[in-house]
Design a protein around this ligand. Sequence first.
Ligand code: PEP
Length: 250
Amino acid sequence: MPRKIMVAGNWKMRNTVEESVALASQIAQGLTRRDLEVLLCPGFLALEPVALSLSNGPVLVGGQNLYWQDQGAYTGEVSGPQLKAAGASHVLVAHSERRQHFGESEKTAALRVQAALRAGLRPLLCVGETQAERQADQTQGVLESQLSGALAGLAASACDRLILAYEPVWAIGTGLTATDQQANDAHAFIRAWLAGRFDKAVANSVRILYGGSVKPANAAGILNQPEVDGVLVGGASLSAQSFLAIIQAA
Ligand code: PEP
């Protein structure tokens, strides 16, 4: 079965609740494609209002992070069951900004992936190398260690809920984009890794999105790559016009 393209927007720590609901509604109203999945990841406060405003429609809502305990005395954290109850179907895990600014590791990524699955959410696990790692020819080694750490202990049967995002750190929010070929090569490496760690069926079915300064102007080239199953968009998802143009490019 062909892998369904996903276009996901990560709004990061941007937009008030009111602005988020307005943006979500502009995107939903402008959406004409039904052959792909569209996911919006607003800030936590806006998640439930956005989900309620989109209910009955095709646009999906996801969290940007989750804590790995389901409930308890963990001040300031948000759990998988809380996200699910608020209307989320997906959740980003180990985005590079979480790794960079909040010290998240492969170990905590694995705990978050398991927590997301336990809550009935689809984890969208982010992996990717820094510029220094790419220059030192360490891209594959970094991807391998991030994947094996974050997916430690995961059964092949759980992979039907898993989505991966290859997000080279040097391309996130910088205006630099991996070339279409660099993206496809990294995705092919990840898919081969999945085949070795799990099996061919898992490798063929898990979607791998690309993220890193995707804009309307470069979206078609990236989305046309055979190993690219969608895009995770930061900056350009904050305008309905540019996000819808990216969707149209798919
Ligand atoms: C992201 O936040 O995951 C991202 C890829 O951001 P940007 O599109 O702004 O580079």
